[in-house]
Structure formats: C-alpha cells, structure tokens
Design a protein around this ligand. Structure first.
Ligand code: SF4
Ligand code: SF4
Length: 62
C-alpha cells in the first residue's frame, strides 16, 4: 500500500484555482475545468485539502 494522496472530487470542483496556487509541489493542474492531482508529485501535505472552499479534495490511499 502506498501513501495517501490528495484526490479531487470532480463533481464538486469549481475550478477556482486555489489549490493550484497553494500546492508547494506544483502537483495540481487544471484539466477541462477540473483540478487534477499528479500522484507522482503529491507529497500529501494536505494544504490543498484545507484550502478548497467547497471541500472537493480528500485523501485516497493508492
Ligand atoms: S496534498 Fe500538498 S502536495 Fe499534494 S496536491 Fe495537495 S497541496 Fe499539493
Ligand atoms: S480549490 Fe477546490 S474548487 Fe478550487 S480548483 Fe481546487 S479542487 Fe477545485
């Protein structure tokens, strides 16, 4: 089992870009107006999870 990584709920994401600007790893990109987390770059710091105004980001264990 790998470490948990941030995962965006595409149904909730409003494409505000807040998570992208706070991610220290530049692990989040916008794709078709939804934020997408790169599992390779994410270090699971949790900053984006706390930043998202609509609670669209959670953890998923890979
Ligand atoms: S948990 Fe941290 S490293 Fe991972 S996507 Fe969110 S802000 Fe970036
Ligand atoms: S902070 Fe939340 S609503 Fe804004 S782009 Fe990121 S996942 Fe989407």
């Amino acid at each position: 089992m790998g470490k948990p990584k941030a995962l965006v709920d595409k149904g909730k994401c409003l494409a505000c870009g807040g998570c992208i600007s706070v991610c220290p790893q530049d692990a989040i990109a916008m794709c078709s107006s939804k934020a997408i987390v790169s599992k390779e770059n994410c270090i699971d710091c949790g900053i984006c999870i706390q930043t998202c105004p609509v609670g669209a980001i959670g953890n998923e264990v890979h």
